[in-house]
Design a protein around this ligand. Structure first.
Ligand SMILES: Cc1ncc(COP(=O)(O)O)c(C=O)c1O
Length: 602
């Protein structure tokens, strides 16, 4: 089990975890650092070594994008990198919607693929290293960045590093050039030149022609890789497809043992923790590069399968879900309170003949931890005909089983499924008993691209092996923190599924032995109190959730800084602090929270 870190070096802009090249969180240890980040203040931005990957473009990705512009772009242009031509085409489509004045020469795609000569080489073929760059006028960066953030379909930093290396060596080339070059006739395998990708799956960084040392083993790896690969072993990318299968089985609930990959795949199915829907298997689990990608592509697939209808967003959602529904289709009916009155209103609209594509909801919601009445939503969906999409990221499927109420269940695997805060991932699963299963399955089968980068899959598989034992401990720690906060007079409100008025809805879906999860939030009587508490709180502080270590953040500042009044109108207050509780020793953690509460001035 990963050693939890409660006392990270509290330095602005440091990676969380520290010294982790592909960390997905970053230290914003004070209230003012969070405000500074949101306002683009130099003292914060200049110190950011990294950031949450959908919001902050990793420096390795920036570097590769700059190299692509240098080769294929013009002065003043920029590029963003995507894992496939199809994704890049969607980004271009978004550009055309947002800035119709830009012509096809101004926003264009360069597909980088292995040269014909190298395409069949060992390593290259198995890993499928490719990148599609969208090149655009630099002053329109905001548009590209919005697509990057909302869709979650940008390249990962590991893919960028891997592909940049191949690009530098002339192995990854413009696909148009590849078409022009006749494919070289290959001799017997033993006479072919060795690819510059070593057997560990990492491109060698030294020689141009002979990457291997005399022993035939790969010689040099980038130093950051040594730091990152805390497992002490090199990655073996030939294991990628097995890693992906193990991840999908884990998400299906049929693989729960904490064992190595080979053993895991040989195990009998775990029936106890399965999703309790007849006929459901890992064949209905689809892996995505990020949680947002699973939501974005679900919405896209639903429109492809059922037509361009409006969606419903029920409950106050994670920021980008609502943005997707608003920006990428005919719009959305938003019920930010997620109340029973909202469902009454919806029922009236449905009765009067309004039709909808789908209802999107989180179980429970982030950051208020309210649980929607899934039973009633399912009844309305069956009666009036719309798809139910449930985001189970916060509850997670070991604590709650929402699949029987859903047509599609989506999740961010970046969070507690991974736990290590060093890789992104997402999943969408289809309910084989759902009313729209046949049409949805057909759409997914026709459209689905596996864009989860090979190295990321290997990391995610390793991180998720001990998922079951971590959840149990996290549930217990979160309850202990709730107890401390709930009994303190300076805390206005604690939000946690167990103490929410919506608890009966949560309990309806709670698994036997399931708990209430690791996420909670608290509000204070004044911003000054919240600031004093937060600044004194000795946990890691930054974006993301579901980490193996406790991670706190003034979430509303970070997610809704430009729309604080709007958020407040749904009861999401600017002084809210959100805690994602980790695996630390319970007593130690409780003391950390008590200490911070004492810092609130009288
Ligand atoms: C409830 C919920 N759904 C989806 C996402 C998006 O996941 P990702 O950041 O992996 O794209 C988040 C991110 O915080 C989330 O909290």
């Amino acid at each position: 089990m990963t050693v939890p870190i409660a006392n990270v070096e509290n330095e602005v802009g440091e990676t969380i975890p520290p010294l982790t090249a592909h960390a997905v969180s970053v230290s914003l240890p004070t209230w003012s650092a969070n405000v500074g980040y949101e306002e683009g203040q130099e003292w914060v931005l200049s110190r950011m070594k990294t950031g949450y990957p959908r919001f902050f473009i990793h420096k390795s990705i920036e570097k590769f994008a700059a190299a692509v512009v240098e080769s294929y772009g013009l002065l003043g242009e920029r590029a963003l990198l995507f894992p496939s031509h199809a994704v890049a085409t969607r980004c271009v489509g978004f550009f055309h919607n947002q800035a119709p004045e830009l012509g096809p020469q101004q926003v264009r795609i360069v597909d980088l693929v292995p040269s014909a000569e190298k395409a069949g080489s060992d390593g290259v073929e198995g890993v499928s290293p490719k990148v599609s760059a969208v090149i655009f006028p630099g002053d329109h960066f905001k548009i590209a960045k919005a697509f990057w953030q909302h869709s979650g379909d940008g390249v990962s930093s590991r893919r960028a590093e891997y592909c940049h290396n191949l690009f530098s060596k002339g192995i990854l080339i413009d696909s148009k050039k590849r078409e022009e070059t006749p494919r070289m006739c290959k001799g017997p395998k033993r006479y072919r030149t060795k690819t510059s990708i070593d057997i560990t799956g990492h491109p060698s960084v030294t020689s141009n022609s002979s990457p291997e040392g005399p022993s035939g083993a790969a010689e040099v790896q980038e130093p950051t890789q040594f730091v990152e690969e805390r497992f002490g072993r090199n990655l073996d990318l030939s294991l990628t497809s097995n890693a992906k299968l193990a991840i999908r089985r884990r998400i299906a609930g049929s693989l729960t043992a904490d064992v190595g990959l080979t053993e895991a795949l040989a195990l009998e199915e775990d029936h106890e923790r399965s999703r309790k829907v007849a006929g459901f298997s890992e064949d209905d689990v689809y892996l995505y590069p990020t949680g947002m990608s699973s939501i974005f592509n679900t919405h896209r697939n639903l429109m492809a399968g059922r037509g361009h209808l409006k969606s419903i967003n029920y409950g106050f959602p994670y920021i980008d879900t609502l943005k997707i529904l608003e920006k990428f289709g005919p719009g959305c009916l938003f019920y930010g309170f997620g109340s029973s009155e909202d469902l009454d209103d919806l029922e009236k609209r449905l009765e009067s003949g309004e039709t909808y594509l789908a209802l999107f909801t989180e179980f429970p919601g982030n950051p208020l931890l309210k649980s929607p009445d899934l039973r009633r939503i399912r009844e309305l969906a069956d009666k009036y005909g719309f798809v139910v999409v449930i985001d189970e990221t916060v509850g997670n499927f070991l604590n709650v089983n929402v699949l029987p109420y859903a047509d599609v269940v989506v999740s961010s695997l970046t969070k507690v499924f991974s736990g290590d805060s060093n890789v992104m991932g997402g999943s969408a699963i289809l309910n084989p008993k759902g009313r729209y299963y046949d049409v949805l399955k057909q759409t997914w089968e026709a459209d689905y691209e596996d864009n989860h980068w090979a190295e990321d899959s290997v990391f995610l598989e390793r991180n998720s092996r001990n998922f079951v034992s971590r959840i149990e401990r996290i549930n217990a720690n979160a309850e202990a923190i709730c107890d401390v906060l709930r009994t303190h007079p300076r805390v206005k409100q604690v939000n946690y599924p167990k103490y929410s008025p919506t608890r009966p809805f949560y309990d309806q879906c709670r698994t036997p032995g399931g708990g209430y999860g690791g996420l909670l939030s608290a509000t204070f009587y004044s911003t000054a109190d919240a600031v004093a508490f937060f600044d004194d709180l000795d946990t890691a502080k930054g974006p993301s959730l579901g980490t193996n270590f406790t991670l706190s953040s003034p979430y509303v500042i970070l997610a809704h800084y430009t729309e604080l009044d709007w958020a407040a109108s749904f009861g999401v207050e600017a002084n809210l602090v959100r805690f994602s509780v980790g695996l630390e020793d319970t007593e130690e953690l409780v003391n950390i929270f008590r200490h911070a509460l004492e810092a609130i001035p009288n």
